[in-house]
Write a protein that binds this ligand. Structure first.
Ligand SMILES: [Zn+2]
Length: 298
């Protein structure tokens, strides 16, 4: 059973892993914390960017010799394959890690992932610790393995005139871009959410064939490595994606006005698209932000 210190370390690793959102795709955003036998954190890290060191390697590098005898707490099963970087399970074995605590088993490992090799090397392995909490960061990557398309978020601004694109120069839009891989614009162009975060791989996707359906475009983007996509546009741009059931999350921004007033116009549209329910509401700098998700009960 995971100790209180290990549970705390998993939560820390989950939080750290989110620093990779928008930069690691098609790899998952993973976090890792190393605890010494006295439950002190001796190293931690996260997967910063595709092609660079995995979370476990970052944490092991930070810990140096203190990794010997440590417990590695990691949000996703350590990898077992030789890719651009050596397999993490081997790095953990070589570093003398004593125990490994894992939140989510990698579905792509098909029972032949890092856990098997770690156990074979005599390391104590515990899995399935805080899985649901880890999915708050890994969920889009895991979901993509099933749907073979990116998780799609559509932010919009509700005005007296209609449902418009969220202005790009707002802090709200910048925050959304930080967490996304690419932006899909109204004209079908695809651009990096943050310049330089993915390089040529995703920029090559700019040339979407005109006339492709929303589902085909989403599948092509997934094949190109996109896991988190922002739709940039108003209602017209989003409609094909909404109608195809491809939008996973919406973020509605309502300008903060006077508490009591008569609206300037007829409500042009419901607050959320059909089939969506409110998942959270907060104030931002200039707006009321309403997070919507597809109603799971539908
Ligand atoms: Zn790895």
């Amino acid at each position: 059973m995971a100790s209180a210190a290990e549970i705390a370390a998993i939560r820390r690793a989950i939080a750290l892993s989110a620093a990779g959102l928008g930069a690691t795709s098609p790899n998952p955003p993973v976090g890792c914390v190393l605890l010494d036998p006295q439950d002190r954190i001796v190293g931690e890290g996260y997967h910063e960017r595709k092609g660079e060191a995995h979370a476990e390697a970052q944490a092991l590098a930070a810990a140096g010799p203190l990794a010997a005898g440590a417990t590695a707490v990691v949000t996703l099963e350590p990898c077992n394959h030789q890719g651009r970087t050596p397999p993490c399970r081997q790095s953990l074995i070589d570093a003398g890690v004593r125990r490994v605590v894992i939140a989510v088993i990698d579905p792509t490992s098909r029972g032949d992932g890092g856990v098997v090799e770690l156990r074979r090397a005599g390391i104590d392995v515990e899995t399935g610790v805080l899985t649901a909490e880890a999915r708050t960061v890994l969920g889009d990557w895991l979901g993509g393995l099933q749907t073979r398309r990116p998780a799609i978020t559509w932010p919009y601004l509700i005005t007296g005139h209609g449902i418009e694109a969220l202005p790009a120069d707002t802090s709200e839009a910048r925050q959304l871009r930080l967490n996304a891989d690419v932006i899909l614009a109204t004209d079908g162009a695809v651009r990096e959410a943050i310049a330089g975060s993915h390089g040529q791989d995703i920029l090559a996707l700019k040339d979407q064939a005109p006339g492709t359906s929303a589902a085909e475009a989403a599948a092509a983007l997934y094949d190109g490595g996109v896991r988190r996509l922002l739709l940039d546009g108003g209602l017209d741009a989003a409609t094909p994606y909404l109608d195809s059931g491809l939008v996973d999350r919406v973020v509605a921004y309502l300008p903060q006005g006077n508490a009591s007033r008569r609206p300037l116009a007829e409500l042009p549209w419901p607050l959320l698209p059909p089939g969506f329910v409110i998942a959270g509401v907060v104030r931002t700098g200039s707006f009321i932000r309403v997070d919507g998700q597809q109603d799971a009960l539908r």
